[in-house]
Design a protein around this ligand. Structure first.
Ligand SMILES: Nc1ncnc2c1ncn2[C@@H]1O[C@H](COP(=O)(O)OP(=O)(O)OP(=O)(O)O)[C@@H](O)[C@H]1O
Length: 236
């Protein structure tokens, strides 16, 4: 069974629909990129996948292997979050909170997991640094390590490369690809970077307040919509 199945789902704020007719699946090992213009409903769908928001119509079905609190989430960065006054280690460890239950402290296993994920993302030497003193690329690695502490199954990444320079963007994509291929973690990513989406993703979901396309990246590249969006003239 798929990890996530979206059946005829629609989302609305105060009865005003923002996305409709969502029909897609996410299988174990997939790398799904959700693309679309500003305001097309990408972040709203992410809230639905995290079960922070229920569909107004239709269903989002989680497979037996996955619960919403087993998804590692990297949110869109706000200016306030960039200024967070905690150490790198504390930020990464906070990804383990979903496994802590009511315990007010982190156990040995959680500390080991934080260390392993900092090592994997090449930030172990930054562990005692203050998060707000890091560069944008280092901050995203910290948030990726934090998201990895929350999951062994699925990462949900909301525009992880926004604001990063080309070299740091490339490095982050390489890391995400490695996490998908080597750690076998399913990736669902919202992105405005269509060129990288088609380079790295196995599947594309294109939204414009409804589902315009869902399929493999090869199918997308062969579709009229994919060709148009790649040329950057999707408005007509
Ligand atoms: N909390 C909210 N209350 C009311 N309307 C909202 C709320 N959040 C989003 N919307 C509206 O829902 C629509 C979809 O917004 P959403 O943030 O999901 O789009 P998006 O594709 O993620 O946009 P962007 O690429 O700019 O991040 C927009 O018209 C937005 O104004």
């Amino acid at each position: 069974m798929s990890l996530i199945t979206c059946e005829n789902a629609a989302f609305a704020y105060e009865n005003k629909p923002v996305i409709e007719n969502l029909n897609f699946t996410v299988d174990s090992g997939d790398y799904l990129c959700i693309v679309g213009e500003n305001g097309s409903g990408k972040s709203t769908l992410i809230k639905g996948l995290l079960q922070l928001m229920s569909p107004a119509v239709g269903k989002i079905i989680m497979g037996d292997e996955l619960r919403a609190n087993e998804i590692g989430y990297l949110p869109q960065q706000t200016a306030l979050q960039k200024d967070f006054p905690a150490s790198v280690c504390e930020v990464v460890l906070s990804g383990c909170l979903n496994q802590s239950g009511l315990r007010p402290f982190y156990g040995r296993e959680q500390k080991q997991s934080a260390r392993k994920n900092m090592e994997q993302l090449g930030i172990l030497d930054l562990k005692n640094e203050c998060y707000r003193d890091l560069s944008g690329g280092q901050q995203q690695r910290v948030l990726l390590a934090r998201a990895l502490c929350a999951t062994t199954k699925m990462l949900l990444l909301d525009e992880p490369v926004t604001g990063l320079d080309p070299v740091v963007t490339y490095e982050l994509y390489q890391l995400i690809e490695k996490i998908n291929r080597e750690l076998k973690i399913t990736v669902v990513m919202v992105s405005h970077d269509i060129e990288s989406a088609v380079k790295y993703a196995s599947h594309i979901l294109h939204l414009q307040n409804e589902q315009l396309f869902y399929g493999t990246t090869a199918e997308y590249l062969n579709s009229d919509l994919g060709k148009k969006f790649m040329r950057g003239d999707c408005d007509d």
